[in-house]
Design a protein around this ligand. Structure first.
Ligand SMILES: NC(=O)c1ccc[n+]([C@@H]2O[C@H](COP(=O)([O-])OP(=O)(O)OC[C@H]3O[C@@H](n4cnc5c(N)ncnc54)[C@H](O)[C@@H]3O)[C@@H](O)[C@H]2O)c1
Length: 264
């Protein structure tokens, strides 16, 4: 849903995983609200497509091929953003993957790959923008965790561990950045209609419990008190709030945006 106000004119927002899904919706939302946007992703075709939508909002967009699990790749991308605009006001760390299998089948390689992207990737991007925001004495960091970081379901060891890690990391970074006026929060989405849920989670978890992807999605919608899954733009709306002037006294929190599933 397109907002009829612009809170980030002249600001710079960096979005990892900004090609599509939740990150894609966040990139578009910041563009709609007037920010110049850097999309950091490994899927260049989708990234260019989303960049086109963002540019149509009249802002500048930088598309950077960046693997968040790679220290040098992250540093190069952040350096390129600073070279272009000289500042970073918002970081949304949304890049992530899902894998899930019964525990005895989780290989060390699978565990490490997911932790490298979902947790180390958040650490690397937070660390790379920290000196810039500390120097500015302003900024907002929003790390995309998950309701799986607060609660768990079978066959989600590495995913759930990575997201609990993001929540702990967020609290610690919030403490480090507080003296500089930088807020750091985690967004904990419930099931959101992105490729991750439609093509991966619903297929894998559905299979484990003997359901088709469609049946599993229907069941999850029914589990939520709001009786539906989320749309990506609904995550972007809360993310924008966490970067706005209205949330300057909010830091170190892990905000559940889950249609009420966890509390029910
Ligand atoms: N969709 C949900 O229901 C849901 C729920 C809770 C949390 N999340 C979290 O939200 C975030 C976004 O997920 P989504 O649902 O939008 O998934 P998605 O698959 O639609 O998008 C993920 C994006 O991350 C990018 N990406 C993957 N690995 C990367 C890497 N190494 N470096 C850079 N970019 C990389 C992908 O190319 C893609 O553009 C993830 O961290 C996910 O764990 C999603």
């Amino acid at each position: 849903m397109k907002p009829d106000f612009k809170r980030f004119v002249g600001q710079v927002a960096v979005v990892t995983g900004g090609a599509k899904g939740i990150g894609g919706a966040c990139a578009l939302r910041f563009a709609q609200e007037g920010a110049n946007v850097a999309i950091l992703d490994i899927e260049m075709t989708a990234a260019e497509e989303n960049a086109k939508a963002c540019r149509a909002e009249g802002v500048e967009v930088l598309v950077l091929n960046c693997n968040v699990a790679d220290e040098i790749s992250v540093q190069n991308a952040i350096d390129a953003v600073v070279k272009k605009w000289g500042r970073i006001d918002v970081l949304v760390a949304s890049a992530g993957i899902y894998s899930g299998k019964p525990l005895p089948e989780v290989s060390l390689k699978q565990w490490q790959r997911l932790i490298d992207i979902n947790l180390t990737g958040v650490f690397l991007t937070n660390r790379a923008v920290a000196p810039i925001m500390m120097k500015q004495k302003s900024g907002s960091i929003i790390n995309v965790a998950s309701m799986a970081g607060k609660t768990s379901f079978p066959g989600s060891a590495e995913y759930s561990a990575s997201k609990s890690g993001v929540i702990g990391l967020t609290r610690s970074v919030a403490m480090d950045m507080a003296p500089y006026g930088v807020t750091v929060n985690a967004l904990c989405p419930g099931n959101t209609l992105t490729d991750m849920v439609i093509k991966e989670v619903s297929v894998q978890v559905g299979k484990a419990v003997g359901m088709s992807s469609e049946e599993w999605i229907k069941m999850r919608a029914n589990d939520a008190p709001l009786k539906r899954l989320a749309e990506p733009w609904e995550m972007a709306g809360v993310t924008a709030f966490l970067a706005s002037q209205d949330s300057r006294y909010l830091t170190g929190q892990a905000i559940e945006v889950d249609g009420g599933i966890i509390m029910s």
